[in-house]
Design a protein around this ligand. Structure first.
Ligand code: DAK
Length: 259
């Protein structure tokens, strides 16, 4: 499928999505948000794809929602825009495919919120992350007031949301907003290395783990543990469970088939 604002590639079970509006630092307008939602569906429907990497072209990951397209929105238009953003982020979060955010530069506002919906985030040392919405007289509209405190804790989230200050890759790592920080020229290599490791696993278990962690965090611990028991037992009906354990006993690498 052709995309106007994205560069999409597929290689060895990995989907690559690059936001490609470098003139506006990959700011998200409605069209780009719809395209990201569409490409997530496309990758999900391609059974060869097991994991995806999201990054940005040029000096930004995503510098936020497109301020020029938001500036004159009516409340109704703002509602529609916020809904589009939530649909995109829910799609990423609930996708069977894990998403790795490779944060190559500015990840501000909606850009920071996208990485919060991803499963793993890696920041380049020079990346700049934050929720500067308050400087524009608004607050985050794509889940930042909700996902950020769950990731970094309530007080740190409030500090970032209330001051609108940007943080660099090292600070993002120290507060738990990203999994790791790497030298700028190591970013894609690191992301591909992690993606490659995931791509070698059982796609059934990849999906189960995502669902268990995401759903489990929204419900009470007892119910979440019951859910784990039920997923765990259904894992024993899969080819991949038989293959994984057989391969261990035969001292060889498993070949998973995702069934
Ligand atoms: N939107 C539109 N254009 C942007 C942009 C953005 N978010 N960020 C940068 N650009 C454009 C700049 O206007 C500039 O365009 P030209 O002047 O060349 O035409 C070009 O990208 C290059 O930017 P700069 O010249 O400013 O580059 P610098 O390196 O000097 O500065 C910067 C980089 C990232 C520090 C700076 O551009 C900046 O502060 N950008 C804005 C960052 C920001 O505030 N991001 C948060 C956006 S607000 C909602 C749903 C969601 C949201 C809100 C409401 N609902 C409706 C409820 C989400 C809101 C946000 O994400």
């Amino acid at each position: 499928m052709a995309y106007k604002n994205l560069i999409v590639d597929k290689k060895e079970g990995i989907g690559f999505i690059k936001i490609n509006r470098p003139k506006v630092l990959n700011a998200l307008n409605s069209e780009t948000i719809k395209e990201i939602t569409k490409v997530v569906c496309e990758l999900e429907n391609d059974k060869k794809i097991k994991v995806a990497i999201l990054t940005g072209e040029g000096k930004a990951f995503i510098a936020g929602a497109d301020i020029s397209s938001m500036a004159n929105m009516t409340p109704l238009e703002a509602k529609e825009f916020a809904k589009l953003g939530h649909i995109m982020l829910n799609k990423i979060e609930r996708s069977r495919i894990p998403f790795i955010a490779a944060v190559n530069g500015f990840a501000l506002g909606g850009g920071c919120e996208i990485l919060q919906a991803c499963d793993i985030a890696i920041a380049a040392k020079s990346a700049k992350l934050g929720q500067p919405e308050i400087n524009l007289g608004i607050h985050p509209g794509f889940g930042g007031t909700q996902r950020l405190p769950r990731l970094v804790g309530i007080m740190k989230a409030k500090e970032l949301l209330l001051t609108g200050r940007n943080i660099d890759g090292d600070e993002a790592f120290n507060i738990g907003l990203v999994n790791m920080v790497v030298e700028d020229d190591q970013l894609m290599e690191t992301a591909e290395d992690i993606a490659g490791k995931i791509a070698g696993k059982s796609s059934v278990q990849i999906q189960f783990i995502k669902e268990l962690v995401n759903t489990g965090l929204d419900i009470d611990l007892n119910s979440a543990n019951s859910l784990e028991i039920s997923y765990f037992s259904s894992g024993f009906s899969t080819y991949d469970q038989k293959e994984g354990m057989k391969a261990f006993l035969e001292k060889r690498k498993p070949i998973f088939k995702g069934k």
